[in-house]
Design a binder for this molecule. Structure first.
Ligand code: R1P
Ligand code: URA
Length: 309
């Protein structure tokens, strides 16, 4: 006689009700809340997902759904909040992840495990920009894909084994976003967000907000004073520095053709002038831009090849 809540498989743990271990969702929870989509929405998570870092941003965007009072909302003890409903009668899910690429790993893998059929996952985040011509309050669409920047801890090894000629920060190659979705996303952003420049460029996802984004801190030996120059020397079109998008595109690439993905980010931080966006403007762009992402998600053809491959 098994206890009801025992997790059953260490390779991909779920609880006794079938909920995945971190995001806390399972198949088949749509139920009677979804009158007109009930027949095809049979899960807590729709095939069209918008991922954001901030829980407040997720709630604001979920309030733009057709009938927000009947949204299905699930929270997990690991910091995920999942809002599912419809936008223009199309089932959609907004998920607040918190921050960092491991959270994106949980989101993509655990949602993939509870959703049937092809998926599109888009991210709408915030970012800093190393480009002098991009002002705060702009939106950057990662049309050129993203790279990953990580700090190499071996460089601080004190046994003398580190070769000083090597870089202390490692830049990956580019992983692509879906070109068609990125194009639609940029068009919708331009139409739907007031007083906002929309740029298309390369994203750079870092393993930290601080050292690997070139922020300096007297309390730590990060040796990163020239990191912004170094990243632009290698990839001159880096326009958005943030912490999750590369991993989304990387997993979409590895999803055996089942996930399409793109991303946009609001420029909060101008890394050359040190300007930082005010709260009121941030909240307005989150709402208007959130609507543009929902429209793009709802219009996306799920059956097209993933990320143009
Ligand atoms: C850091 O402040 C956070 O902001 C960005 C980064 O990717 C990181 O998660 O995105 P979100 O605003 O979506 O969290
Ligand atoms: N998010 C980041 O990761 N970096 C920034 O500079 C701003 C938001």
């Amino acid at each position: 006689h098994q206890p009801r809540h025992e997790a059953t498989n260490a390779n991909f743990p779920r609880d006794g009700e079938g909920r995945v271990h971190h995001v806390g969702v399972k198949k088949g929870e749509g139920g009677p809340k979804f009158s007109y989509v009930q027949s095809f929405l049979m899960t807590t998570v729709a095939n069209r997902i918008l991922s954001v870092g901030d829980h407040r941003r997720a709630s604001v965007i979920a309030s733009l759904f057709d009938n927000p009072s009947s949204n299905l909302v699930t929270t997990s003890s690991r910091g995920f909040t999942v809002h599912t409903g419809t936008f223009n009668k199309v089932p959609v899910t907004v998920i607040a992840t918190g921050m960092g690429f491991p959270m994106m790993d949980f989101l993509v893998r655990e949602c993939r495990a509870v959703v049937e059929g092809p998926m599109v996952i888009m991210r709408f985040g915030t970012c800093g920009t190393p480009q002098t011509h991009i002002p705060i309050g702009s939106v950057v669409v990662a049309s050129e894909g993203s790279i990953f920047i990580r700090r190499n801890p071996d460089a601080w090894e004190q046994d003398g084994s580190w070769d000083e000629k090597e870089s202390k920060y490692i830049f990956s190659k580019v992983v692509r976003s879906d070109p068609e979705i990125s194009k639609r996303l940029a068009e919708n952003m331009k139409k739907m967000v007031a007083d906002c420049q929309v740029y298309e460029g390369l994203g750079a996802t870092a393993d930290s907000f601080y050292a690997s984004q070139g922020r300096t801190d007297d309390s730590f030996d990060d040796d990163n004073a020239n990191l912004i120059d170094q990243m632009l020397e290698k990839y001159s079109s880096i326009s958005a520095l943030e912490m999750e998008t590369f991993h989304l595109f990387d997993l979409a690439r590895c999803s055996k053709g089942t996930i399409r993905s793109s991303a946009a980010a609001i420029v909060l931080a101008q890394r050359r002038s040190n300007a930082f966006l005010d709260k009121a403007t941030t909240e307005r762009i989150e709402k208007e831009g959130g609507r543009a992402v929902l429209l793009t998600l709802s219009e996306t053809d799920l059956t097209a090849p993933s990320n143009g491959n």
